[in-house]
Design a protein around this ligand. Structure first.
Ligand code: PRX
Length: 663
């Protein structure tokens, strides 16, 4: 709104008017970055690259674009760890805190930029000592402890690409990812703390290696919880032993701007995860730019907190690379927002403290909080009294990411956490985009509860219809029309899949897989995935991945999986299973099948419910009608079932679902 006021949002007859104070503080309407980018988007990104980063050799070209393959800043050389650490220390900011670490049991560590650099140099020498060289890949499977960013940054110092595997994933996921990337080393910990207990990691690595990942020569283990894991002679090494023996200095090697920085595996519509490739110069430029402008960063005084897990792209870009490049102080925490107090270890969940986040914000004077809608909805459910008991007045900007945020949750966040005086940045982006793409900028964009608003300067998005024509008002598919610096450079080992998945649906455009709607202000409302990918608490899980895990159980003949609407997690996984003739239905078997999926894919992919059904609704051409299954799971009217081969199937399924619904 040109007058600088904030829109009053109406939803289903309810109005959400933010306070006058917020409206007044919100806007300067300074459009200069957008204007500059629109005049010449390549020159705009080149200026950001030179201003935000330190290059050991300047680039001679900004962008080489051979659709769908981009090279940003070719000819340029830089080192990521030098940008994140050395240059801040050299500028006299070595004593600045990089991370305030909060362990789950209540242990804390204060790590300065100088401390971090010292650890990274030593650990880079450890990696060299184990034979790792520029261009190699290694896997990281760690809890949220400071050794995790140390490991990542040490890789970047010597040009080794890391593949971080989320600590909640199962041994199978470790095997698959290590085999695909031909990882030479796995860095892990004995366990990490979660909900008051050590949650084992090293045993999962052992199980994964038993199945077989022949490229893995060494395993490095941090002793986080003292659980005394099995150690294989010659293969497994303690982190602390290797660090004690390593040389302290390791110069940062200049890397080509397009040097592979990391792989991060994400779910696709098939069972095989995709190794998303990110490279050096463009990636670092966009994450530094967005971290600075989207969070309205004041690096000398801010205490910034992204409460995500480094196992996801959010943590890569906005706990590690963005904040460190910008030289700011971050909070990093292990565990979950609710946690048992020592005296309630054995007690009921109701006795647990549910104000861990608010307590941390108050103690450190956190200025920006970045979290996910699923967490916000959980906080709402826990009740206002938890945040209301704390002084949250240091907060200046609130962020949300991972899934659409409903206006009610947005308003709750705005009122109870932001005290009606913090802009909320609803950031739309993906593992593939590397950094923020669509989000308000504090002080510039008029926000509206529930919309990510517009693309950042230098990024161009368009919502299109089925034929690829731009939609100026109404619903369609979200596409990106120009290359952007932190875009994925491909899928590891599968060029065709890269082209097919992202660039072939609409000619010349990147198709993000999300549905979106444009409103009469031109704002973009993300509606969620239109492919068979579910979004559970902001985690992408493909239906086919879970279906494969289900049919892997010996009692299962056929399976179909859908994402049902869930108040807290956004979507919840529901599996419909046809048993083999030899198996007989029972609650124990349903439970066993659910646990089987967790074992194969990790707890995040465990179905909330498994329904044992006599048949699945299929079209006459044999395609499973997921829409119907979703409707059954959501308890909706079924609408048109005339295209079904056997319309009676649905009623049988519905009867089975009602009988078996225990959640
Ligand atoms: O569907 C969109 C949703 O999350 C997907 C990307 O998931 P992932 O690669 O795991 O990255 C998550 C963290 C960036 C998108 O395709 N998504 C992400 N952010 C938003 C969102 N949906 C709505 N609003 C958002 N702000």
């Amino acid at each position: 709104m040109a007058d600088g006021s904030i829109e009053v949002y109406e939803s289903e007859g309810r109005r959400f008017p933010p306070s006058a104070e917020f409206a007044a503080a919100a806007l300067t309407n300074d459009r200069s970055l957008y204007d500059e980018a629109d005049a010449d988007f390549e020159a705009f990104w080149a200026r950001q690259a030179r201003e935000l980063l330190t290059w050991s050799k300047d680039f001679d070209t900004i962008l080489e674009w051979d659709l769908p393959f981009a090279k940003w800043f070719p000819g340029g050389e830089l080192n990521v760890s030098e940008n994140c650490l050395d240059r801040h220390v050299a500028a006299g900011r070595g004593d600045r805190v990089a991370y305030h670490f909060e362990g789950e049991p209540g242990d804390t560590r204060t790590i300065t930029y100088a401390d971090l650099l010292a650890d990274v140099e030593r650990f880079a020498n450890v990696l060299k000592g184990l034979g790792l060289r520029k261009g190699d890949r290694l896997a990281i499977y760690m809890p949220m402890i400071p050794e995790l960013p140390v490991a990542m940054l040490a890789c970047t110092r010597i040009g080794v690409a890391h593949s971080v595997i989320f600590g909640g994933f199962s041994p199978d996921a470790i095997t698959d990812r290590c085999v695909d990337a031909e990882a030479k080393v796995i860095i892990t910990a004995d366990a990490g703390y979660r909900r008051g207990e050590p949650s084992a990691l090293k045993p999962n690595v052992d199980a994964a290696l038993e199945v077989g990942a022949p490229s893995v020569e060494h395993v490095i283990v941090v002793d986080r919880c003292g659980t005394d894991p099995m150690m294989v002679d010659g293969r497994d090494h303690w982190w602390h032993d290797l660090m004690a023996e390593a040389e302290p200095r390791c110069p940062a090697e200049p890397m080509d701007a397009e040097q592979l920085l990391y792989l991060l595996y994400t779910s696709g519509t098939t069972a095989k995860p995709k190794g998303i490739m990110h490279t050096t110069g463009g990636y670092l430029t966009q994450v530094a730019f967005t971290h600075k402008y989207v969070f309205d960063l004041r690096p000398d005084t801010d205490v910034y907190w992204c409460a995500a897990d480094i196992g996801w792209v959010t943590g890569h870009s906005y706990i590690v690379y963005g904040p460190l490049t910008n030289g700011c102080t971050s909070v990093m925490y292990e565990g979950t927002p609710d946690t048992p107090l020592p005296e309630h270890r054995d007690g009921d969940r109701a006795d647990w403290r549910k104000d861990r986040l608010w307590d941390i914000i108050e103690r450190y004077g956190v200025t920006q909080l970045y979290t996910a809608p699923t967490a916000i909805r959980t906080f709402m459910k826990w009740g206002d009294e938890w945040p209301d008991a704390h002084d949250l007045s240091t907060l200046r900007v609130l962020g949300t990411v991972g899934e659409p945020i409903n206006p009610e949750a947005w308003m709750w966040y705005h009122r109870h956490i932001g005290r009606e005086s913090c802009p909320i940045v609803d950031t739309w982006w993906q593992t593939e985009t590397g950094g923020h793409m669509i989000t308000p900028l504090p002080g510039v964009t008029t926000t509206k509860p529930g919309t990510a608003t517009n693309p950042i300067p230098g990024v161009y998005a368009e919502v299109v219809d089925d034929d690829g024509n731009a939609v100026t008002e109404g619903g369609g598919y979200l596409t990106i029309t120009k290359p952007w610096p932190s875009m994925l450079r491909g899928i590891w080992g599968d060029e065709d899949r890269y082209r097919d998945t992202y660039w072939s649906t609409y000619e010349g455009r990147y198709f993000a897989g999300d549905g979106a709607r444009v409103d009469d202000d031109g704002y973009i409302w993300i509606l969620g995935r239109v492919d068979d990918v579910m979004n559970v608490s902001g985690h992408r899980i493909s239906t086919s991945e879970v279906e494969s895990a289900l049919v892997d159980h010996p009692a299962v003949a056929e399976a179909a999986v859908v994402g049902a609407t869930d108040e807290i997690t956004g979507q919840a996984i529901v599996g419909y299973v046809i048993l083999r003739g030899t198996a007989s239905a029972s609650d124990d078997l349903r439970e066993e099948i659910r646990q089987h999926v967790a074992k194969k894919l990790g707890a995040t992919a465990r179905p909330k419910a498994v329904f044992l059904v006599p048949d699945l609704p299929k079209t006459r051409s044999g395609k499973i009608m997921r829409r119907l299954l979703r409707d059954v799971a959501d308890g909706h009217d079924l609408g048109d079932t005339t295209t079904l081969a056997d319309p009676n199937v649905v009623e049988a399924i519905r009867a089975g679902a009602e009988a078996g619904d225990d959640d």
